[in-house]
Design a protein around this ligand. Sequence first.
Ligand code: PAF
Length: 280
Amino acid sequence: MVITRTREELYKILEEFSKNPGKLALIPTMGNLHDGHLSLIKLAKLKASKIITTIFVNPLQFGKNEDFKKYPRTEKLDIEKLKKEDCDILFVPRNDEEVFSKLDKIKTLDSGNLGSELCGKIRPGHFDGVLTVVNRLFELINPDVAIFGAKDYQQQILIKKMAKSLHPKISLLKAPIVRSKNGVALSSRNNYLSEKEFDIAANLFKCLQNSVYSYQKKEKLHEILNNANSFLVSKNLKPDYFELRDSELNLISKNNFEGNKVFLGSVTINNTRLIDNIEF
Ligand code: PAF
């Protein structure tokens, strides 16, 4: 695996790789790689012959009181894992300028109305920051394929919309959620949880499963949502939101919506926020 920390070197490596036939797949990450990330690489290998991963904890997507400083940074371990997965290139910028030139001059992208709903309501500006960095990585790397995890459902929809207008040639793929044995969706933020909190966290997935079951049994949506919120509270999880949306994240208020849909939930345990969803 070739590792580069500068944009200039990245361009050279990409130029060299472009001489080999085959597609280039990009997996953007913030590091602290777990099996969820590694599943993205496995999927990338089925879709492309050259794989580039980026590790960059993007300051633009963290709010003032969020965990930018304490976000887990585990570069050495990450490099070992990427080597094992046969990743070809790792771009791990040595500073913000290698991505953005001047961070304070960067023109941020606007994630629109959807960017202010669900997670965006709790984290104002978060999705503008995500879209800005992903757009920048697309500009720098110009991959054929880019892969994102289904756990971050809203992120993935917003990126798809952004890419459709700004990078129509890049195909976006969504990789299924990877779960731990107790059902908790893998996330770097699970590191913040104690063992007991990790057990409690499994109730978010249970709640999503119960809600899907109830919806399929034609229970009334407002009752399902009320029950879900009460269930989460009874398990010491503070719901930030729990909603049913269609697959493009438009609101659904009907009891028998036939199309593809998704229950999405976000809960807080102590100060750790966890998200999860089930599509059906
Ligand atoms: O999902 C993430 O890890 C980040 O939001 C991403 C897509 C790498 C952008 O910083």
